[in-house]
Design a protein around this ligand. Structure first.
Ligand code: UDP
Length: 447
């Protein structure tokens, strides 16, 4: 009789900053349940494990030695990322060994990593196993990394580039016709092109075409642009991870959901700016005034330490129709019928969660790929309004009025339902996003 087939063992490497761990873990959960016979070792720094949902069986957590990150200190996130990136490459091999020992010696047969952890490709190559990258930032922003050198030679770099070209379209790159130079993430042509992190991302752009597959969680609306990814080996567009792999019930310690229950359908603004970005203090105050003046009920996820920047007496005056929380269970909040608009920084996870709940967006991007997302929501999908000026109290009230009461808002609401439906359909068995996920499952199974 033939020997039993070798068990498959997939090692997944997370990038332990911002909201990068959760999407890779969601993908790991989806793969682990689609391929129950394989072992999945999820490798990340230990402090990132705490918020992850519990799993059992074939998905294991393996600690990654990220070096001394001084997580609690005042060092900026870019400093900590720089230190991590300097130490990480040498530690990938050891992490593979730990994962194999933990799996009773079953050798790793496939490496999946966050695209920002592209260094794992070298290890995969040495081991002669495939490397698959998850790009969990905005789908089209991958093109700015793949085309960094083209963009630099065309526009120059730093101040010169931005001052002279800010409003020019990027229509010479297929897929980016709606974008302008000023929508580009920092580090491509401006905003620190020589930082460790920018150098790292430029090298990612050069390395990604070598992946066996690049996985992009996205909306079906971007699927027609698949041809634009031709520089990548196998771009696999899959649906939003919160739909592919729903999180188990999340706790609602600050009672957001019961609070929402008492409001009429689509009447409340949910306000949140993710885990990294912060509005400049002056804009934070204007946003608060604007929320107050608009008369719209609001649920605002804002950390305690930022609240000193709110106008005097704001909490008191808005108590009857406003609620501030330190953390909201965002996915169920967005799905609550009372929520009518998401005032967001346009992080890609938040955006996918909003659109897949059918909620329109008032977009106030802060950095990275967020301006591109805002542009795409306004111009490509018509499901959001891009607030691309400094927030003023009056400007915010006008924008809120248009979305909550105006004809524009009504149209956006109709469109967001369609964008959502198309994505949900494409994720059903036989749909294109679902087929792409199946291709991925077969790849990690070694077939
Ligand atoms: N989030 C949440 N509750 C909050 C604020 C944020 O659950 O009060 C979650 C949100 O659902 C999303 C993530 O944090 O999944 C933020 O990710 P995103 O990519 O939007 O922004 P980033 O944190 O990377 O800036």
């Amino acid at each position: 009789s033939s020997p039993p087939p070798q068990q498959q063992h997939v090692a997944l490497f997370a990038f332990p900053f911002g909201t990068h761990v959760a999407p890779l873990h969601a993908l790991a959960r989806a793969l682990a349940s689609a391929a129950p016979e394989a072992i999945f070792s999820f490798i990340s720094t230990p402090e990132t494990f705490t918020p992850l949902p519990q799993t059992a069986g074939n998905l294991r957590l393996i600690p990654f030695d990220g070096g001394k990150l001084d997580a609690g200190s005042s060092a900026g996130v870019l400093d900590r990322i720089g230190k991590f990136l300097a130490a990480a490459p040498e530690k990938i091999g050891a992490a593979v060994k730990t994962a194999e020992a933990n799996a009773g010696g079953v050798p790793v047969s496939c490496v999946v990593s966050d695209a920002f952890m592209w260094m794992a490709e070298s290890t995969a190559e040495e081991m002669r196993v495939p490397w698959i990258a998850l790009f969990s930032a905005f789908t089209l922003s991958i093109l700015t990394h793949v085309h960094t050198d083209d963009l630099r030679s065309r526009f120059g770099i730093e101040e010169e580039a931005m001052a002279a070209h800010a409003d020019e379209p990027l229509d010479f790159i297929p897929g980016l016709a709606a974008m302008r130079v000023r929508d580009l993430p920092e580090g491509i042509i401006h905003g620190g092109t020589n930082t460790n992190f920018s150098v790292h991302l430029r090298r990612m752009g050069q390395r990604l075409p070598r992946a066996a597959a690049v996985v992009l969680p996205t909306l079906a609306a971007f699927e027609q642009d698949l041809f634009v990814f031709r520089k990548l080996n196998l771009p696999l567009l899959i649906g939003p991870l919160n739909l592919l792999s729903p999180t188990p019930p999340i706790s609602d310690k600050e009672d957001c959901l019961p609070w929402l229950d008492s409001y009429a359908s689509s009447s409340v603004a949910y306000v949140a700016f993710g885990t990294v970005a912060a509005l400049p203090p002056a804009e934070l105050a204007e946003l608060a005034h604007g929320l107050e003046d608009s008369g719209v009920p609001f649920l605002w996820s804002i950390k305690k330490e930022l609240r000193s920047g709110l106008p005097d007496g704001f909490e008191e005056r808005t108590r009857l129709r406003g609620k501030l929380v330190s953390w909201a269970p965002q996915v169920p909040v967005l799905s609550h019928r009372a929520v009518g608009v998401f005032v967001s920084h346009c992080g890609w996870n938040s955006t996918l969660e909003s659109i897949s709940a059918g909620v329109v967006m008032l977009c106030k991007p802060i950095f990275a790929d967020q301006r591109m997302v805002a542009r795409a929501m306004e111009e490509m999908l018509g499901v959001g309004r891009y607030f691309d000026d400094v927030i003023t109290r009056e400007g915010f009230v006008t924008a809120m009025d248009e979305i909550m009461r105006g004809i524009d808002g009504k149209r956006m609401r109709e469109r967001v339902k369609k964008v959502r439906e198309k994505t949900v359909e494409a994720m059903l068995p036989g749909g294109r996003l679902s087929e792409n996920f199946n291709v991925l499952v077969e790849l990690v199974r070694g077939r």
